[in-house]
Design a protein around this ligand. Sequence first.
Ligand code: DGT
Ligand code: MG
Ligand code: MG
Length: 281
Amino acid sequence: MANSKYEYVRAFEHDDNLLPNTWIVVRIDGRGFHRFSDRYKFQKPNDERALNLMNAAACAVVRDLPDLIIAYGVSDEYSKLVTTIVSTFTAHYVYLWPSFFPTPLEPEFLPSFDGRAVQYPSVRNLRDYMSWRQADCHINNLYNTTFWSLILRGGMSNTEAENRLQGTVSGDKNEILFSQFGINYNNEPEMYKKGSVVFRDYEIKPQTEKNDGGTSSKEGDFDTGEEGPPSEMSKSQIAKLRKMQKKATVVIRHVDIIKDEFWEQRPWILSNKPGKLPAVD
Ligand code: DGT
Ligand code: MG
Ligand code: MG
């Protein structure tokens, strides 16, 4: 094929390769969701429908892209490991919108998301990243719950509520919620307090000294090294893995991902060695 005079623009294309053997986190965040959430009258500070819609879109993306291992969401953002296609998320978000909201989307106010990739070389870094997002979720939710209680139930203006909360620590906010509004923060919905984590579920095996991390099921022979993300596997191992991943159910949980327990109970998340599929009931 003859080169056209325009062909030179190809030289501007760069491969933006990601480093091998790292955990790739793609953080998706709604663009201008402050305005978007006002437009569609999201309830403040947490709109259950909006958060469930984000979760449903995240589940659909994890199902669509078998390389994705885990996703964590809070507010209008979702963090995913390994390549994530922001457009897949947006497509599902738009497609699923009518299942969650009665008003149709308007062409002038369509949702869109940005995505950025960050690479973490160790499991520690990765877990610290996830912990950082969940700690942020807790801090923001406690603040927002108190802020909106002062406004919606305490009759304060935004500025008054802001001033009231200036310099308060979490104990003070808990106290305001409890003494002024009878709200025990501990009883707030887990989804609001902890965010949402989406992953493929396999059978949870109790941890024993012999069985610490990884599973030894015959289906799951994917030894990819001690730590770190999946690396070299044979073609047949990859095919096996894909089959398991396709069969596994993608679940949403609102649990602590800062403590070790979550990761210890689900060794396949960090080892990429799927455990047994849960027995069908
Ligand atoms: P950006 O990300 O720079 O394009 O700007 P925004 O406006 O998306 O800001 P961001 O991502 O920092 O904050 C998320 C916004 O989304 C924040 O204004 C609150 C809103 N939002 C997220 N989830 C909910 C919800 O469940 N209910 C309500 N009312 N608002 C929500
Ligand atoms: Mg945003
Ligand atoms: Mg955000």
